[in-house]
Ligand binder design. Sequence first.
Ligand SMILES: Nc1nc2c(ncn2[C@@H]2O[C@H](COP(=O)(O)OP(=O)(O)OP(=O)(O)O)[C@@H](O)[C@H]2O)c(=O)[nH]1
Length: 372
Amino acid sequence: MPAKIPATVITGFLGAGKTTLIRHMLQNAEGKRIALIINEFGDLGVDGEILRGCGIENCADEDVVELSNGCICCTVADDFIPTMEALLSRETPPDHIVIETSGLALPQPLVRAFNWPGISTRVTVDGVVTVVDGKAVTEGRFAHDVAAVDAQRTADEGLDHDTPLSELFEDQIACADMIVVNKSDLLTEAEAEALTTRLKSEARGSVQVLRASMGALPVDVLLGQGVGAEADMDARHEIHHHHHHDDDDHHDDDHHDGDDHHHHEHAHGHDEFESFVVNASEITDPKAFTLHLADVIRQHDILRLKGFAAVTGKPMRLTIQAVGPRIDSYYDQPFGAAARETRLVVIGMAGLDRGAIESALQSQPQKAPQPA
Ligand SMILES: Nc1nc2c(ncn2[C@@H]2O[C@H](COP(=O)(O)OP(=O)(O)OP(=O)(O)O)[C@@H](O)[C@H]2O)c(=O)[nH]1
């Protein structure tokens, strides 16, 4: 029997830097044939576009597979398993499979899926890498400390108080074989130390915690962990229970039958989020536009905004990435055959004011204020 193909699961909250880390890995893969499976939240395939557009030699377009349904933990059977089977039955199967989960996915159901008949004999989970936005967590956004997050939420009447942000984060930590404290460039030495110590204490015992900037870690460190995570799920319990639990003791597990126990524990956190795509015309002033975006993000509590903008007079598309209040933008490649338009995916907690956000993003901001 041929050796099992190793698969690495890359998880981490929205905007932590999963795509950036994968891009770096592909650029440094040195001939290793890596197939990528991407599961994005929202229908704009930005991560797939970024990775496909990277022009990396080892990364042929056909090696980037996007799962069509938003949520990997609900669509394992319909979407993920067939995708894996198709990959495995290729004439030249990949040396390694890397799966990028959506920033809102729980990794546990995905890892469990590797125990499926027909999959378990051919693939094994080499390791689960959880990418953490070091800056955001240090600032207390989607932190572990549920009490602190809840206190913050309760203090801010504009926020829904009963949300699974911190649960998702903790589940992603609980499932990790390796935790990457990314965005270290934005942290002081002391902050990086403190966060590393804290994550080590929250994670399972054997877990490595590594710092990185722009996901730059040696490929040999990321891949080849050889853990076999799918056989070790008991150690990776989802540590959180139904998120209504605190409010209502009658929601305890006991009235659910055993089979749906795990399902119940997941509490379908992702239903609490929504995403949509906004199309807009060309923008004339990218600087003014990003300032305007920052306002819209703040005003509407948008968690993540990403996509491409067409800028008048520029043949290249402007990639825009916002994680909370921080916005990056850069020209990445010509539009080519794609329509010259601005397309942005917006992700936030359910209840976003879609109409208001759409019209705000579609309105052209005034010229950027001149520096004094
Ligand atoms: N300063 C800094 N920015 C980073 C770093 N890593 C990623 N970023 C930026 O953070 C933003 C989000 O990075 P992505 O790699 O798209 O994050 P992701 O986890 O794939 O995001 P989702 O797929 O939306 O969950 C981008 O603008 C990146 O350029 C880092 O180490 N330092």
